[in-house]
Design a protein around this ligand. Structure first.
Ligand code: HEM
Length: 406
């Protein structure tokens, strides 16, 4: 049984990291193979020094949803909403556990009945507009400055930004949907859905052994993520205890981009070309400089003909911290597929979610570099964009954002 519930979020991070064995955020936690029967009972606590849903492996099913406060909803209404949301998530993550709190009457629709928590996490963030709407501009973090425009962006503003952002993940689709419904019901009269996106990852137990997930281009994706077990991980991903503003201590900043993959064009490339675009082998994720998936990428390795083993425009070279003055982020995406788009090609790609202590030392410089020099860029289209301040976690009885809103 994969039980992450005993040591709080930090303990969960340690377990996930220990199991990752250097292979990125993988699903191994306690056993070499994840038996299907463990999926429902897997439990990630809502309470802890950090919000859940950041360092834990990406679940099989995800919903990203942004809300705008309803006209007239003020800071007090927002505080009451965060209280309702937090209490509901506390109840849902404790589902089926002895003595756990119950969902308020009227929220529940029995959709998740019979299922265990299934690794449910619900993570809350604030968009820049939240602070003007609630008169809290004095508390607006500097790090929440609008992301710059990137030359190859094709951003749909209606599906971007938002006052509040909620990330839901669970290893069961019904459990994830139920959480989404409950969040929406609890928002009624206070906030309206601005946009919603639905994503997925590989289901635990689908592979013979735990592996780094593949994206919809078929690449093993997530290998060179920073690992919670590495020194300096917290400083890269989380706002320090003495960080500014004080209410963001233990929090993180989430950059959310819906990145369409131009799959029909990509499919025209041979596998060898595709591998050179990324810099890693498709079959096993090993860098083209040699070794296995977990071998460090040899950015200075040359082939016998004198050319670079990892091409100069390969995605892993251009994105690497070494190419960006150390800029690092934790990538925790969901794939998405919403049928065929108006242009007749798959509306599919990555719901890219990048976590960092400061977007100016994470996503922004790396995306600037990628935009200009990444071989992958012409097979992608960034269609939406959001940046959210995700406060630290909660103790017993607290609600997310309490230090900002009370
Ligand atoms: C690495 C795919 C977008 C940053 C990788 C890898 C793949 C990949 C296959 C190699 C395995 C790994 O280390 O995870 C993609 C796809 C994208 C995408 C398909 C879009 C749909 C982005 C964006 C950023 C980014 C927008 C940041 C702005 C990185 C970083 C690495 C990486 C930092 C690790 C590089 C290293 O240190 O080796 N990506 N990526 N990626 N990607 Fe992306």
């Amino acid at each position: 049984r994969r039980l992450l519930g005993t040591a709080g979020a930090a303990g969960a991070a340690g377990l996930a990291a220990g199991a990752a064995t250097g292979a990125g955020v993988s699903r191994a936690v306690e056993s070499p193979a994840t038996a299907l029967t463990t999926v429902g009972s897997s439990y990630i606590p809502f309470e802890g020094p950090r919000q859940a849903g950041i360092v834990e492996p990406g679940q099989a099913r995800g919903h990203l949803v942004a809300f705008d406060l309803a006209p007239g909803a003020d800071r007090r209404a927002a505080a009451a909403l965060l209280r309702r949301w937090s209490d509901a998530v506390r109840a849902m993550t404790e589902a089926g556990r002895a003595g756990g709190p119950a969902l308020p009457a009227g929220y529940d629709d029995q959709v998740a009945d019979d299922a265990g928590p299934s690794s449910l996490t619900v993570t809350f963030g604030f968009g820049r507009s939240f602070f003007t709407r609630t008169g809290l501009t004095a508390q607006l973090p500097e790090a929440l400055a609008p992301l710059p425009d990137f030359p190859s962006d094709a951003i749909d503003r209606r599906r971007s930004d938002g006052d509040l952002w909620v990330q839901i993940g669970a290893d069961d689709a019904l459990v994830a949907f139920h959480a989404l419904r409950v969040i929406q019901k609890a928002a009624r009269d206070t906030a309206e859905v601005r946009w919603q996106m639905n994503g997925f990852n590989r289901t635990p137990g689908a592979t013979a052994r735990p592996m780094t997930a593949r994206n919809l281009m078929g690449q093993i994706d997530g290998t060179n993520n920073p690992k919670p077990s590495e020194p300096g991980f917290d400083a890269k991903v989380f706002v320090p205890a003495n960080g500014s503003p004080a209410w963001m201590a233990g929090g993180s900043y989430a950059v959310v981009r819906r990145i369409r993959m131009l799959l029909d064009s990509w499919d025209h490339l041979s596998v060898a070309r595709q591998e050179r675009v990324i810099g890693r082998r498709k079959s096993d994720g090993a860098p083209l400089s040699g070794g296995t998936e977990t071998t460090p990428v040899g950015l200075d390795t040359f082939l016998p003909d004198g050319s670079l083993a990892i091409p100069s425009d390969a995605h892993v070279r251009v994105a690497a911290p070494a190419s960006n003055s150390g800029a690092t982020m934790l990538r925790r995406p969901f794939s998405y597929h919403d049928g065929i788009g108006a242009d007749g090609t798959p509306d599919a790609g990555l719901l890219f979610v990048a976590w960092q202590a400061d977007p100016m030392r994470g996503f922004v410089p790396v995306q600037r570099k990628l935009d200009g020099g990444d071989g992958l860029t012409r097979f992608l289209r960034h269609e939406t964009s959001g940046l959210y301040a995700v406060p630290g976690g909660v103790g017993p009885g607290e609600y997310v954002g309490q230090r900002l809103l009370e």
